[in-house]
Design a protein around this ligand. Structure first.
Ligand code: ARG
Length: 461
């Protein structure tokens, strides 16, 4: 970083102190916005030329200078300076060095306040498009795995106790649905991200005859912000992205928790590929599910950033305040975390090994067809509450006999209720239980197959 010790402007009689400079500067992290800043400046300059606010010659010089700066940044030749505070001043300063006086005209009718809001929106628009694309990729991997496991039976659980048998594909489809809602939330947030604040200048607008709609069109924004004060001070779009990211991470964290449990020796439902695990430095036999654990851990930082952003905004009077500079590091970290998490998660899912026999054996253990027996009695005329009581007694009997419900003899069954007949065994098997849940959203194999097909078709649209 180059050192220049200079006062801020002629209004000041002393230069800014070194510590204050470092404390208030953002260039170390906002240089990440450089390409968006240049993109915004090019559009602004083009509008200034069209409106005859600057000359054609000045516009050509500005364009040439900005393109050169872009190259310097990409090739890492650009010298960033903390003395020049942020990405905006660094670039404008360099522009003036390259092209002279014309560089000083670029800021006509603009302020860093509407400039930075524009940069953040351009940045987040790209981010949200990537997030949506990555969610779709994870959804595809989820559906691919599900398609191979329609007939795989697992114990569905409530309270982490064996509840009722379900198709493993049905369980996976639940995650697909959660991701579908996540995707919709990001798509909806994009509508509010993609509105142009530029033209608001510092807060009140500008006396120059600007054409904001023209700039919006050049930058592919869907519209312009209707109030200049709101345009420079609004950071809802960042909070919304972060809130959506928190919900997405919550889903991935719940899924991670299941992957961790399922891969433990107590379950042995799945094996996570070696490339997603690590060993222990002391226990040679260990293979730890690090990736899902770290996903579960990373929710903390994403939720933390959400709280940072909400707190950042809560006491701010209108319009722009320097507080807003603190919006960048949290949102950059959220975006990076989400992108890495989605990439790695999709790959991990595509490489899972499933042990269907172990899943089915677990489903057999917990009297998971007890509800089916109760439903059977109801269909024969008993009330549900009464049936619930009868089946509880049957389960107690089976526990004492150390056998499954399907292994109880008909004669023994009939001691509990005369309504029970030999057709009872049809509903006591895991398959029979699953197959009977045929309504929309149920776990019957064919229903799940149809749900997966519908999901795949929706993804192709
Ligand atoms: N670095 C500032 C930020 O990130 C840019 C806007 C500064 N505006 C100002 N009036 N100081 O918010």
């Amino acid at each position: 970083m180059k050192k220049i010790t200079k006062k801020w402007s002629e209004r000041f009689s002393e230069p800014t102190s070194e510590i204050v400079k470092r404390y208030t500067a953002s260039v170390n992290f906002d240089q990440r916005l450089a390409m968006f800043d240049i993109q915004g400046s090019l559009a602004h300059a083009e509008m200034l030329k069209k409106q005859k606010i600057i000359s054609v010659a000045d516009f050509s010089a500005i364009t040439k200078g900005l393109k050169q700066i872009k190259k310097e940044i990409i090739t890492q030749k650009f010298k960033w300076s903390v003395d020049l505070e942020d990405v905006h001043i660094n670039i404008e300063n360099r522009l003036t060095k390259i092209i002279g006086a014309a560089g000083k005209k670029l800021h006509t009718g603009r302020s860093r306040n509407d400039q930075v809001a524009t940069d953040m929106r351009l940045y987040l628009r790209d981010v949200v498009d990537l997030t949506i694309f990555q969610i779709k990729t994870l959804q595809k991997e989820t559906l691919n795995l599900a398609e191979n496991h329609i007939m795989t039976i697992m114990p569905g659980m409530t309270h982490l106790q064996i509840a009722q048998p379900v198709s493993f594909a049905h369980h996976l489809h639940a995650y697909y649905e959660m991701l579908e809602r996540d995707k919709a939330r990001f798509q909806d947030a994009r509508k509010r991200i993609n509105i142009l604040p530029l033209g608001a200048a510092a807060l009140a607008g500008t006396s120059f005859p600007i054409d904001r709609k023209f700039v919006a069109k050049l930058l592919k924004f869907d519209g312009v912000m209707e109030n200049s004060i709101d345009a420079v001070s609004d950071r809802d779009f960042l909070i919304e992205y972060n809130a959506n990211a928190s919900i997405l991470m919550t889903h991935l964290s719940r899924w991670s928790e299941e992957l961790i449990m399922w891969s433990s020796p107590f379950f042995e439902f799945i094996e996570i590929s070696d490339s997603f695990c690590t060993g222990s430095s002391i226990m040679p036999q260990k293979k730890n599910p690090d990736v899902p654990e770290i996903v579960r851990g990373k929710v903390g930082r994403v939720n933390g950033h959400l709280l940072s952003l909400l707190t950042l905004m809560k006491g701010q009077p209108l319009a722009y305040n320097k507080d807003n500079q603190e919006d960048k590091e949290p949102i950059f970290d959220v975006a990076d975390t989400i992108s890495d998490t989605l990439t790695i998660f999709a790959e991990m899912i595509s490489k899972l090994t499933i042990f269907p026999n172990n899943m089915e054996a677990a489903a057999l253990k917990g009297y998971s067809t007890a509800t089916d027996l109760a439903d059977y009695l109801v269909k024969k005329g008993m009330t549900f509450r009464e049936a619930h009581g009868v089946v509880a007694k049957v389960v107690k009997f089976a526990i004492n006999q150390q056998c499954d419900l399907s292994e109880i003899e008909l004669k023994s069954f009939q001691k509990f209720s005369k309504l029970i007949d030999k057709d009872v065994f049809g509903c006591l098997t895991l398959k029979g239980s699953i197959e009977s849940r045929k309504h929309i959203g149920g776990t019957a194999f064919n229903t799940v197959k149809a749900a997966l097909k519908q999901a795949k078709q929706k993804m192709r649209k």
